[in-house]
Design a protein around this ligand. Sequence first.
Ligand SMILES: [Zn+2]
Length: 387
Amino acid sequence: MTNKQVKNNAADCVNEKRLLDLFLELAKIDGPSGKEQKVADYLKEALPELGFTLQFDEAHKNFDGEVGNLIAYKEGTDSSVPPLFFSTHMDTVLPTKDLKPVIKDGVIYSDGTTILGADDRAALAAYIEGVRAVIESGIPHGPIELVLTVNEQPGLVGARYLDYSRPKSKFGYIFDSSGDVGQTILKGPYSSRIWMKIKGNAAHIALNSEEGNNAFILAAAGLLDINLGEIDEETLANIGIIEGGELTSIIPGEVTVAGEVRSFSKEKLDKQLKHMEDAMRKAVEARGGSVEVTIEKKYSGFSIPEDHILTQTVLNASENIKVKPYLTETLGGADTNVLNENGLICLTLGNGFQNIHSFRECISEENLTNTGRLTAALIQQWYESQK
Ligand SMILES: [Zn+2]
C-alpha cells in the first residue's frame, strides 16, 4: 500500500469487445424514422437488466409513427444527487436491414450496400456499455436517465412532440456529432424557414397572353436581389425549393419559393428573414405581382457557457480518461436545440462517426470505445461534482 490513493475509474471497466458486439447488434436492428418499434423492443429487454424503469410517451401519434419517445430512469446508489441524462435518437436515416459490417484497420464500415447506422446507434451502445461499466466498477453514482427520441432524422420531430413532463433530469449530454470524442459543442443556431408564394397572373400563351404576368419571372427578379450563403460569420441563408407551373403552354400565375436561415443570433436571424421578404416583395410588386410570406420556426438556438457545470464536467471527465477535449460550436441543428428549448439543458458531444447518411458511413473502434469510456467518466464526474 502506498499513501497515494489510486482513484477507481469507471471508464476502465468499459469492455471494448462487449461494446463493439453490442454496437453491431444494435446497428443491425432495422429502425428507420417512424419505424423504431424493433429498437424499442430490444431496449425493453436490455435496459431493465441494468436497473432502468421505462416509459414511452405518445409522440408518435402526431406523425403516425410506430412508437413514442423512450424515457428510462435508473436510481443512483446515492439518489440525493440530481439525475444526469443521456440522449440520442433511436431512428436511422435509412434502413440497416441486412447490414454486413466490415472492420478494416480499426474502422467499422458497412459492406457498401447499406448505411452503417453509427449515427446514432454508436451512442446508444456506448450509453448501455457506459452504464454497465459504472455498475461493475462499484463507484457511487447519482440517478441516470436516458431520453431516447424517435423520428429525429426528418427534422427533430420526436423531440418536438416529447412529453417534457416525464424526464426527471435537468442536465445532460447528447453524443451525436462527427468530431472525435472530446469535441464539445456549446452553441447551436436558431433556424427558421421562409415560404414565399409569388402571384402573377395565369394565362394561355395562344389565347390570352396579354393578361399573363409570369410568376417565375417575378420570382427570378426577387431572387436576384436576395443575399444568400454566408451572410456573416454566424448567419447562413439558402433558397432550396421552387415549386410551380402547370403546362408548357400556360404562363404560370403562381410559384412558391422557400428557403431557410440559420444564425447564432436571433436578432440576425430575424433581420435576414425580413431582408428576404422585403427584397422579394419590392421586386414582385414593382412588376405588378404580389407575395404571401409564411415564416416557420424550425428550432431555437442554445448557448452553454464555458463555466457551466455541464462544460466543466466534460472537461474534467475527458481529462480523467486522457481524451483531449475541445470546445466548439455548430450551425447544424440537432435534438440538442429542441431539448434545451424545453428545459432539458444539454450540449452535443462528438462520437466520431464519418460520412453519415451515406453507404460510406464509418466509425473508428477507438471513437466507439471512447464514447463508452466518456459516458462512464461523465456519470462518475457528475456525481463527484455534485457531492
Ligand atoms: Zn444523429
